[in-house]
Design a protein around this ligand. Structure first.
Ligand code: NAP
Length: 261
């Protein structure tokens, strides 16, 4: 097996000390660490929280090499390993004693460009103003939305911004995605669906922004890339997937209980 491991890390104090510890253990087990992304490595190892995990996925351009995270952040929903369990992980990984989880990716087309995200795409105003959007699902006009904005989220992203906006938690094994309104306006002037909608894997969401809101509406992918303009976007689940190493198939429910409640 290839013994190369790509390391991604944030700049926290805990990450620094955990990195030193991780490096020693990996060397002891015969692994070579690469501080820059190399496309023939066996693993993308991320030290930090969910933010670091999302950064690593974007930096590596949605790499197909499996990811795994050591949690030195706050929540660490994506991060499988706690700093106390690094040696156990390296031993299990070396012995092939692990499972692979498949993470969905959202693909958004806008003006002949494609943007990928693993948590979500958010459409909102960058001036705290109300925005008006027309929403189509599978080509059928569904609603004239008015409010703070809309979130389109993957199952893994459903525990992030979408949950804060009143969305449902989608189990990670579900093959679909979710459309969640952010503070929809209660008025009979708009036909706004105020409930989140869970969509099947082959659904397409198209959204167009009302002309009067062109100049202050933005698209935000995983809290990072922000673009604006007079747009009509099309979002689907991508054929691209992210592979994540997991050791315990039941960790999902412990995460929900321990990290979200
Ligand atoms: P951040 O603003 O520094 O932190 C956002 C928080 O969300 C962090 O505590 C992060 O966990 C957590 N988080 C990220 N992905 C998660 C997931 N899939 N499930 C549960 N929690 C998750 O930004 P960031 O760390 O770069 O993360 C970007 C994400 O922030 C966006 O994708 C969006 O979902 C989220 N966000 C949430 C709100 C809100 O809830 N009102 C508003 C804006 C953005 P760690 O502490 O482990 O990093």
């Amino acid at each position: 097996m290839n013994n190369k491991i790509n390391i991604f890390k944030n700049r926290s104090k805990l990450t620094k000390s955990t990195y030193q510890k991780t490096k020693k253990i990996l060397h002891r087990y015969g692994y070579k660490i690469t501080p820059y992304y190399e496309d023939d490595a066996a693993l993308n190892l991320v030290l930090g929280g969910d933010g670091a995990f999302i950064n690593a996925v974007h930096q590596s351009k949605f790499s197909q090499i499996p990811f795994v995270g050591i949690n030195t952040g706050h929540l660490g929903f994506y991060q499988e390993i706690e700093p106390d369990n690094i040696e156990d992980f390296v031993r299990d990984f070396s012995n092939g004693n692990y499972h692979m989880e498949i993470l969905s990716v959202l693909e958004t087309k806008f003006k002949n460009k494609t943007f990928d995200s693993i948590n979500e795409l958010v459409i909102k105003s960058n001036k705290s103003q109300m925005i008006r959007l027309k929403v189509f699902i599978d080509g059928i006009f569904i609603e004239s939305f008015a409010g703070d904005g809309l979130i389109i989220s993957t199952p893994h992203g459903s525990t992030a911004y979408s949950l804060s906006a009143g969305g449902a938690i989608l189990h990670q094994s579900l093959n679909g995605f979710e459309l969640t309104p952010i503070s929809p306006v209660y008025s009979n002037l708009n036909n706004t669906l105020r409930a989140p909608i869970v969509l099947p894997q082959d659904a397409t969401i198209e959204i167009s922004v009302s002309k009067r809101d062109f100049d202050h509406t933005v698209l935000i992918f995983d809290g990072r890339q922000e673009i604006s303009g007079d747009f009509r976007i099309k979002t689907t689940l991508s054929k691209k997937k992210i592979n994540k190493v997991i050791l315990d198939k039941n960790q999902y429910w412990s995460n929900i209980k321990d990290k979200l409640m």
